[in-house]
Write a protein that binds this ligand. Structure first.
Ligand SMILES: [Zn+2]
Length: 98
Protein backbone atom coordinates (compact mmCIF):
# COMPACT_ATOMS: atom_id res chain seq x y z
CA UNK A 1 0.00 0.00 0.00
CA UNK A 2 1.29 3.44 -0.85
CA UNK A 3 1.34 6.22 1.71
CA UNK A 4 -1.29 8.11 -0.22
CA UNK A 5 -3.45 5.02 -0.19
CA UNK A 6 -2.94 4.74 3.58
CA UNK A 7 -3.92 8.35 4.12
CA UNK A 8 -7.01 7.95 2.00
CA UNK A 9 -8.02 4.78 3.81
CA UNK A 10 -7.52 6.46 7.18
CA UNK A 11 -9.48 9.52 6.07
CA UNK A 12 -12.21 7.25 4.79
CA UNK A 13 -12.37 5.39 8.10
CA UNK A 14 -12.57 8.70 9.94
CA UNK A 15 -15.49 9.79 7.75
CA UNK A 16 -17.19 6.46 8.44
CA UNK A 17 -16.69 6.95 12.19
CA UNK A 18 -18.26 10.42 11.98
CA UNK A 19 -21.27 9.03 10.14
CA UNK A 20 -21.64 6.19 12.64
CA UNK A 21 -21.40 8.67 15.50
CA UNK A 22 -24.20 10.76 13.94
CA UNK A 23 -26.36 7.65 13.89
CA UNK A 24 -25.42 6.93 17.50
CA UNK A 25 -24.21 3.46 16.56
CA UNK A 26 -20.73 3.64 18.10
CA UNK A 27 -21.45 5.15 21.53
CA UNK A 28 -20.04 2.06 23.20
CA UNK A 29 -16.81 2.30 21.26
CA UNK A 30 -16.54 6.05 21.97
CA UNK A 31 -17.02 5.50 25.69
CA UNK A 32 -14.42 2.73 25.67
CA UNK A 33 -11.85 4.95 23.94
CA UNK A 34 -12.68 7.83 26.30
CA UNK A 35 -12.11 5.53 29.25
CA UNK A 36 -8.87 4.11 27.85
CA UNK A 37 -7.34 7.43 26.78
CA UNK A 38 -8.75 9.83 29.38
CA UNK A 39 -10.25 11.92 26.58
CA UNK A 40 -13.64 13.50 27.18
CA UNK A 41 -16.46 11.80 25.29
CA UNK A 42 -18.05 15.13 24.30
CA UNK A 43 -15.28 17.74 24.46
CA UNK A 44 -12.73 15.54 22.67
CA UNK A 45 -15.16 13.87 20.28
CA UNK A 46 -13.07 14.55 17.16
CA UNK A 47 -9.93 13.14 18.76
CA UNK A 48 -11.82 10.05 19.83
CA UNK A 49 -13.29 9.52 16.36
CA UNK A 50 -9.80 9.92 14.92
CA UNK A 51 -8.51 7.31 17.39
CA UNK A 52 -11.30 4.92 16.41
CA UNK A 53 -10.32 5.37 12.75
CA UNK A 54 -6.66 4.70 13.59
CA UNK A 55 -7.50 1.60 15.61
CA UNK A 56 -9.55 0.22 12.74
CA UNK A 57 -6.87 1.10 10.27
CA UNK A 58 -4.27 -0.79 12.30
CA UNK A 59 -6.54 -3.81 12.34
CA UNK A 60 -6.74 -3.76 8.56
CA UNK A 61 -3.07 -3.01 8.25
CA UNK A 62 -2.05 -5.94 10.43
CA UNK A 63 -4.24 -8.37 8.52
CA UNK A 64 -1.99 -10.60 6.41
CA UNK A 65 -2.13 -10.88 2.64
CA UNK A 66 -4.41 -7.94 2.22
CA UNK A 67 -4.23 -4.78 0.26
CA UNK A 68 -7.81 -3.70 0.61
CA UNK A 69 -9.37 -1.10 -1.59
CA UNK A 70 -11.36 1.70 0.00
CA UNK A 71 -14.60 0.00 -0.95
CA UNK A 72 -13.45 -3.17 0.75
CA UNK A 73 -12.50 -1.27 3.89
CA UNK A 74 -15.96 0.21 3.97
CA UNK A 75 -17.62 -3.12 3.32
CA UNK A 76 -15.79 -4.70 6.23
CA UNK A 77 -17.50 -2.54 8.84
CA UNK A 78 -20.79 -3.88 10.11
CA UNK A 79 -23.83 -1.60 10.38
CA UNK A 80 -23.34 -1.66 14.18
CA UNK A 81 -19.85 -0.17 13.86
CA UNK A 82 -17.85 -3.31 14.58
CA UNK A 83 -15.66 -4.97 12.04
CA UNK A 84 -17.68 -7.63 10.31
CA UNK A 85 -15.33 -10.40 11.41
CA UNK A 86 -15.69 -9.27 15.04
CA UNK A 87 -19.45 -8.82 15.05
CA UNK A 88 -21.35 -11.90 16.24
CA UNK A 89 -24.52 -10.81 14.43
CA UNK A 90 -23.05 -9.26 11.30
CA UNK A 91 -25.50 -10.90 8.96
CA UNK A 92 -28.50 -9.65 10.93
CA UNK A 93 -27.02 -6.17 11.36
CA UNK A 94 -26.15 -5.75 7.73
CA UNK A 95 -29.51 -6.98 6.47
CA UNK A 96 -31.76 -5.37 9.09
CA UNK A 97 -29.66 -2.47 10.35
CA UNK A 98 -28.10 -2.27 13.78
ZN1 LIG B 1 -22.91 -5.85 13.85
Amino acid sequence: MSNIHNEMALENLYEIAIEEDKKGSIDGEINRIAFETGLHADDDRDDILQKIAEDRFELYDSAPNQDPTLKELEARICACGELIEKCPDAYEHMTQGA
